[in-house]
Design a protein around this ligand. Structure first.
Ligand SMILES: [Zn+2]
Ligand SMILES: [Zn+2]
Length: 389
């Protein structure tokens, strides 16, 4: 069967799958219904199915021919703690939870490819379709890798995509090298001494000290990091105090940190700790820093990115394929799969009107018109990678 025909046939089913997943969002590592849904679907298509990897992760394996080559394609399956405001008929049935990042669409696209690959059997080797939990919070990719993902399911290369409402519809945006940043979080507590707002001399005011820390943190990217090394230090929360006549006991500051270069990442942590402690000390106070390293940077490999680019140009035409001049400062735990195996991660644009809501917005909805594109592209990519020789 021609690929376009196979995908056309599958479209009503793909839309139904996507909307069913959308109506039943589940948070990271809690995707039990989603996981069972995926496993059932893959089994019906004749895949060998492994479940329970990183709790709710699923891998579907399909072999054909005698070839020893293998490819892994990942879809993330989790949702977000956001109250949906799309008003669509298939909106989330769970209060406070929604698929606001399009992982319902990523999952449906990969299931669409699963069907086309199984029906066509136009490859020689092994395909592992990796359905990964907890991309948004707990780092499901790293958990899967730590639980032996690539020992159990050896992949010569791995690929993944993310829909992107800020890029034109159907555009393939890729990049060799860094494409998504590393992300870390610092929780700073300024330990003051509270008291009456009219008696500041008898207190140690953690708000003034905290404000000074916030301002001093702004100098790190501006003054300590090389101008050509992308990095971000964002104070995303500052909690202290309750009324104008009270000096509180403590202040809490939460900082988000993004970078690419491991040396820059170390320097950001070092300077945040140093500034925080020295600023507090200059006020005669103490401040503690709880520093947590989260996802590593997502770094695409050259050969696999070249392969991806060629496949995308064949599939969509050169005018639909761009090499991103700059990486995004967001983060992605596919980073951990790319640290174990060569591969590439790219964005698939979904902007049509320009009115689309961004990812993680309560009004966001995955554009179903991407389903046939993603499903057909994954099929072609896998078939090209495992082409008969
Ligand atoms: Zn997201
Ligand atoms: Zn996402």
């Amino acid at each position: 069967m021609k690929l376009s025909a196979a995908i056309d046939n599958a479209m009503p089913e793909l839309v139904a799958i996507r909307r069913d997943l959308h109506a039943h969002p589940e948070l990271g590592l809690d995707e039990t219904r989603t996981s069972a849904f995926i496993a059932r679907h893959l089994e019906e298509l004749g895949y060998q199915v492994a479940t329970g990897i990183a709790k709710t992760g699923v891998v579907g394996t399909l072999r054909n021919g005698t070839g020893s080559r293998s490819i892994g394609i990942r879809a993330d399956i989790d949702a977000l703690p956001i109250q949906e405001e799309t008003g669509v008929a298939y909106a989330s049935t769970k209060p406070g939870l929604m698929h606001a990042c399009g992982h319902d669409g990523h999952t449906a696209m990969l299931l669409g490819a699963a069907r086309a690959l199984a029906e066509r059997r136009n490859f020689d080797g092994t395909i592992h379709l990796i359905f990964q939990p907890a991309e948004e919070n707990a780092g499901g990719a790293k958990i899967m890798v730590d639980e032996g993902l690539f020992d159990r399911f050896p992949c010569d290369a791995v690929f993944a995509l993310h829909n992107e409402p800020n890029l034109p519809f159907g555009q393939f945006a890729l990049r060799e090298g860094p494409i998504m940043a590393a992300v870390d979080e610092a929780r700073i507590t300024v330990h003051g001494r509270g008291g009456h707002g009219a008696e500041p001399q008898a207190t140690a005011d953690p708000i003034v000290c905290g404000a000074s820390i916030v301002m001093a943190l702004q100098t790190i990217v501006a003054r300590n990091i090389h101008p050509m090394d992308p990095s971000v230090v964002t104070v995303g929360a500052f909690h202290a105090g309750s009324a104008s006549n009270i000096i509180p006991e403590r202040a809490e500051i939460v900082v988000g940190i993004r970078s690419f270069d491991p040396a820059v990442r170390d320097e950001l942590e070092r300077r945040i700790r140093m500034i925080t402690e020295a600023q507090a000390s200059s006020f005669g106070m103490r401040a503690t820093v709880d520093y947590e390293r989260s996802y590593d940077a997502t770094i695409n490999h050259k050969a696999e990115t070249d392969f991806l680019r060629e496949a995308a140009i064949r599939f969509a035409g050169a005018d639909k394929v761009v090499d991103l001049a700059r990486p995004f400062m967001g983060s992605e735990d596919f980073a951990y799969m790319l640290k174990e195996r060569p591969g590439s991660y790219f964005f698939l644009g979904s902007r049509v009107t320009g009115e689309e809501k961004s990812l993680h917005h309560p009004g966001y909805d995955f554009n179903d018109d991407l389903l046939p594109i993603g499903a057909a592209f994954w099929t072609e990519l896998a078939e090209a990678y495992l082409a008969r020789r």
